[in-house]
Design a protein around this ligand. Sequence first.
Ligand code: HEC
Length: 182
Amino acid sequence: MNNLFYLSKLRVYFSFVILLAVLIFLVGCGKTEDAQPQVDSPYVVAANQIEAGRYIAIIGGCNDCHTEGYLQSEGKVPEEDWLAGSMLGWQGEWGTTYPSNLRLRVQELTEEEWVLVVHERTDLPPMPWMNINQMSEQDAKALYHYIKSLGPKGKHVPDALDPGVEPKTPYLSLIPKNLPQK
Ligand code: HEC
């Protein structure tokens, strides 16, 4: 009698376990279709890291300043000339700055050092440091490998000039004009 009671309890128990397993399986099946990857911060997913870096360079607007003639030609600069720096200065109240030759910079920095520059450096305008400081580690690494894949090219750009020093190169003025009176 005791044994029988024990057996029927066991049967109920097993039916419950099987039901639970079926339920977990069904929930799992439903999820796989629109599953999102679990990420801590957003980053670009592409066929490979270099393709991701290329996409970030374009969408991030890095060529606009770091590629000679890119803005003026609406992007009609061959890729082999991308990101080799620009001799067109950007002048404002900070003086005059030249967009660095990133093709040479990546040769000088390890991947780790590059990520640190992207995350922590805050320097002169118009480099949008406040934006790129927020780039995810994956994207910073992808950019590094993309720029490195282009190989070294060109020369280093001139050092930044102090306010009041007249540049010898062409430059753009970012001094605001016609501001409303306070
Ligand atoms: C509006 C123009 C502009 C844009 C857009 C821009 N940069 Fe810059 N960047 C500059 C200038 C100018 C400097 C030099 C600043 C200085 O002298 O302190 C600079 C400096 C840098 C440096 C420091 C290099 C060194 O010499 O150590 C890095 C790295 C860099 N930029 C990466 C990027 C990346 C990556 C992007 C795109 C996501 C980008 N920049 C977009 C203008 C720009």
